[in-house]
Write a protein that binds this ligand. Structure first.
Ligand SMILES: Nc1nc2c(c(=O)[nH]1)N[C@H]1C(S)=C(S)[C@@H](COP(=O)(O)OP(=O)(O)OC[C@H]3O[C@@H](n4cnc5c(=O)[nH]c(N)nc54)[C@H](O)[C@@H]3O)O[C@H]1N2
Ligand SMILES: Nc1nc2c(c(=O)[nH]1)N[C@H]1C(S)=C(S)[C@@H](COP(=O)(O)OP(=O)(O)OC[C@H]3O[C@@H](n4cnc5c(=O)[nH]c(N)nc54)[C@H](O)[C@@H]3O)O[C@H]1N2
Ligand code: SF4
Ligand SMILES: [Mo]
Length: 767
């Protein structure tokens, strides 16, 4: 077994514990940069990048320095809470909470069946182990109805990727000759390692180019060689035109496509009818500029594309997810340095096995993608009178009342459930609608990790050890779910004692015992995370018990990619290789390279039957064929502006940071608008403005900026959270974007919201 006694801290000063640096990671976005922190008691007093971190190499952005606002927020929960009939909450002890929550969920299951229970969440930007443990509770209750935030951003993309690749793809931006950012502002939102460093490198290198497709002149657009200032919501026209030009000018990689893709002739046939000049006009980009951009991409040895919310949350979003992929596939930019590729994963965020075969949600009729119900349909389903509607919900590490469309509807939905429980570190907007709230230890108080890693040819993984004891009254999710599963009786019949004894005996004995148990009782694998926590976990160092679930991932990864795991420096065969990977992960505070591929392996990672890329998706080709009939403008006289509701900015981090004091500037999160619009509306910089949408009304501070296109306005995400610095009634700072959105404004295929494209009216408020 591993010995973790050493290595807790990177450098030690015996005399003064406040001078010791502890290695962990920033949890504020999916980059999860490795950091080192100093502590004074429970306060995180200093933060710096960890130069030896395998992925981030010392890089951080300005937000990491302020993670103490997450760790020591006033809003932290310190006891399980139970709602009383008068609506107030009382503190209850853990035994009471576990038995009443288990009983409450079991009662709904007994009355309505396990299909009426729903699990929402399972992890945020820095924490995915709760999802692993949460799946044990789902198994114990027979829960199959699931959703999380991915079903309001990435399910259109995964619908497309399932059909084209049966795999998730990612670009190698650090190497790409041409990097394309489509509705994505990596300067602020990151999404790949050392984002700003990479962006600056590309900008400084004459042999490389950056294409940014964004209506706003973002910080990233400022660094671009080709900034295509697309009219909001018209990316489908722009990308269709780009592809049409590629065919028209013979820029496509014909031989490569013959070898590696299917369906190209169907694609060619549809795009030969695209009216390039007309589409250029509709998206507001000069035709010659479109042609130049297409030629630049075609000249390059490698093109990598990153799409994000700018197109995932707007008109034709699923189609645009397809078009950008069709574009780089047509250029043959797959599976070589700087290009796109599928990649390995320690635990899949998406499982494409059921692509195309998933039955619709019986309540709303909406598509279920990768097992996830569209976020925009959850509240409608619950509030319907359909007999199969969801009756009870577990929400874990998610704040859907705040983060999903039409907050008020979600609030009503939560209240109409027969039973609800929220597992979170803070008393969130969602917790305030739940019957029970269970307080989790923070991400600095337990073993944690994320499954975001999407690297190719190298992929990396970092298991973080706790740097603080759990805050009094809190428990890590591993322990919460273990107790729930036990209370539900699901561990009965599993020889926990025997497995524990085997874990004490050693690696070989444990492997044998676990595999044997899993072979004879399918609950062992189904409840795997909790079984591992209860057995192997007891032999792991104090605080690291919750990492036990990763043993299974390490074994599975070693089994799936033995050569690549060995190429990454891990030794052995079969289960021994899995153990050596697990031990490396457990003992390395800088993260670990866990797979190392050759570029030529990239086709092996495709899940398509012939390991070729499937280019023709009939539904989407039909949408392209009919695009000329589609509108390019969704505004009206009543709502003449396009509001992007939820922009990433310097100090925003979803709803992870509740204390508004963490923001260094723009304390309320201003509404950005162009100087032309400001002057025609009589709005000065810093003035108050009223924003009205079909969904609601809000008041914000105005920021007049020439980075905005006329007719386009933007509000930040992550504001409008309740927080009370003194511990009394919470005060709300800034606008909660989803007080302005509606659940019906969404993509017809994936059901993902059009939050970047909300019709709005803006008015000056008399001072
Ligand atoms: N600082 C910070 N970083 C974060 C987060 C955070 O809260 N704060 N959250 C993380 C999460 S969960 C996510 S999903 C990512 C999201 O990261 P991004 O998607 O990069 O972030 P956004 O700012 O929401 O949207 C990106 C861009 O879309 C543009 N846009 C708006 N409308 C259109 C359009 O019609 N077409 C095109 N092409 N572009 C348009 C906007 O101008 C904006 O620049 O960020 C992650 N990183
Ligand atoms: N209008 C609009 N809405 C949006 C967006 C937008 O751009 N516009 N962006 C959307 C996007 S892309 C996303 S990803 C979602 C994000 O929204 P959510 O999925 O709701 O996720 P987060 O805000 O990241 O918050 C996760 C929760 O985890 C809690 N938490 C933190 N650490 C722990 C822990 O260790 N254990 C537990 N149990 N809980 C913990 C936090 O307190 C928080 O309540 O918001 C979406 N909502
Ligand atoms: S917010 Fe994201 S990019 Fe910035 S330090 Fe944290 S993890 Fe890294
Ligand atoms: Mo997100």
């Amino acid at each position: 077994m591993t010995d973790l006694a050493n290595g807790q801290a990177s450098t030690n000063d015996e005399a003064d514990p406040t001078k010791t640096w502890h290695k962990t990671a920033c949890v504020l976005c999916s980059a999860n940069c490795g950091v080192e922190v100093r502590l004074d008691g429970r306060e995180i007093t200093r933060v710096r990048g960890n130069k030896s971190h395998v992925a981030s190499k010392g890089y951080t952005c300005e937000k990491a320095l302020r993670i103490n606002h997450y760790q020591n927020a006033r809003s932290r929960l310190t006891s399980p809470m139970k709602r009383m009939p008068d609506g107030s909450y009382i503190e209850v002890d853990w035994d009471t909470a576990i038995s009443e929550v288990a009983a409450g969920l079991a009662a709904v299951r007994a009355e309505h069946g396990s299909e009426r229970l729903m699990y929402y969440g399972g992890g945020g930007q820095g924490n995915h182990l709760c999802g692993a443990y949460g799946s044990a509770t789902q198994r114990a209750l027979g829960i199959t109805r699931r959703s999380n935030a991915l079903a309001q951003e990435k399910t259109g993309e995964s619908w497309v990727e399932g059909r084209m690749f049966m795999a998730h793809t990612h670009g190698e931006f650090s190497e790409a000759e041409v990097s394309v950012f489509l509705g994505k502002n990596p300067w602020h939102s990151h999404g790949f390692d050392e984002a700003r460093r990479v962006l600056k490198e590309i900008a400084a290198d004459e042999s490389r180019s950056m294409v940014v497709i964004d209506p706003r002149r973002t910080e990233t657009a400022d660094l671009a060689d080709y900034w295509l200032q697309v009219k909001p919501g018209t990316d489908a026209f722009l990308l269709s035109a780009l592809i049409a030009v590629m065919f028209d000018e013979n820029l496509v990689a014909t031989q490569w496509l013959t070898d590696n893709a299917n369906g190209v002739s169907d694609v060619r046939a549809v795009f030969s009818t695209v009216p390039v000049a007309d589409f250029a006009d509709r998206c507001g980009i000069d035709e010659e500029r479109i042609r130049e951009t297409a030629r630049r991409m075609a000249r390059a040895d490698s093109v990598s594309v990153y799409e994000d919310l700018g197109i995932e949350m707007g008109p034709h979003s699923t189609l645009v997810s397809y078009l950008q992929r069709a574009m780089w596939v047509l250029l043959g930019s797959y599976g070589r340095p700087g290009a796109m590729s599928a990649h390995t994963s320690m635990a899949n965020l998406f499982n494409y096995a059921a692509t195309g075969k998933e039955p619709a949600d019986p309540v709303t009729g909406g598509a279920v993608i990768n097992g996830l119900i569209a976020c925009n349909e959850i509240a409608d389903g619950i509030l319907s009178d359909h007999p199969d509607r969801t009756r009870a919900m577990i929400v874990e590490s998610g704040n859907p009342v705040h983060s999903l469309a039409e907050s008020d509807k979600f609030r009503r939905a939560m209240r109409s459930l027969d039973f609800s429980v929220v597992i979170d570190v803070a008393m969130t907007e969602t917790a305030l609608e739940a019957e029970y709230v269970l307080p989790a230890s923070s991400q600095y108080e337990k073993a944690e990790t994320t499954f975001f890693g999407a690297g190719f040819p190298e992929n990396k993984f970092h298991i973080r050890r706790p740097i603080l004891d759990g805050l009094g009254g809190t428990l890590p999710e591993a322990e919460i779910h273990s107790r729930l599963v036990r209370e539900l009786g699901a561990l009965d019949g599993i020889d926990i004692e025997g497995l524990r004894a085997a874990a004490v005996e050693g690696e070989h004995a444990f492997t044998q015992a676990f595999m044997g148990a899993a072979g004879s009782n399918k609950n062992v694998a189904g409840l795997g995370a909790v079984v591992l926590y209860e057995t192997l976990g007891t032999t792991l160092p104090v605080g690291m018990e919750g990492a036990a679930a990763m043993w299974f991932s390490a074994q599975r990864t070693a089994m799936a990619y033995p050569d690549q795991v060995r190429a990454a420096g891990h030794e052995g065969d079969g289960p021994d290789l899995g153990w050596s990977l697990f031990n490396a992960l457990m003992s390395n505070d800088d993260g670990v390279v866990y797979t190392r591929h050759e570029y030529s392996d990239s086709f092996d990672l495709l899940g398509t039957p012939d390991q070729k890329i499937n280019m023709a998706i009939p539904e989407l080709l039909e949408e392209v064929a009919n695009l000329s009939e589609a509108p390019t403008d969704y505004t009206s006289e009543e709502f003449p502006f396009v509001l992007s509701a939820g922009e990433r900015r310097s100090f925003t981090a979803n709803t992870i940071m509740r204390d508004p004091a963490w923001r260094k500037r723009d304390p309320e999160g201003a509404l950005r608008l162009s100087p032309t619009d400001a002057s025609s509306l009589g709005i000065g910089d810093g003035a108050r403005v009223r924003i009205t949408t079909p969904g609601g009304m809000a008041v914000a501070v105005a920021e007049v900026t020439d980075t905005m296109m006329e007719g386009h306005v933007a509000l930040p995400n992550g504001l409008g959270l309740g927080y009370s610095p003194a511990g009394g009634e919470p005060e709300v700072t800034g606008v909660s974007p989803n007080e302005l959105t509606t659940t019906d404004w969404r993509d017809p295929i994936a059901g993902t919201p059009w939050h970047k494209h909300v019709p709005a009216r803006i008015e000056a408020i008399a001072p």
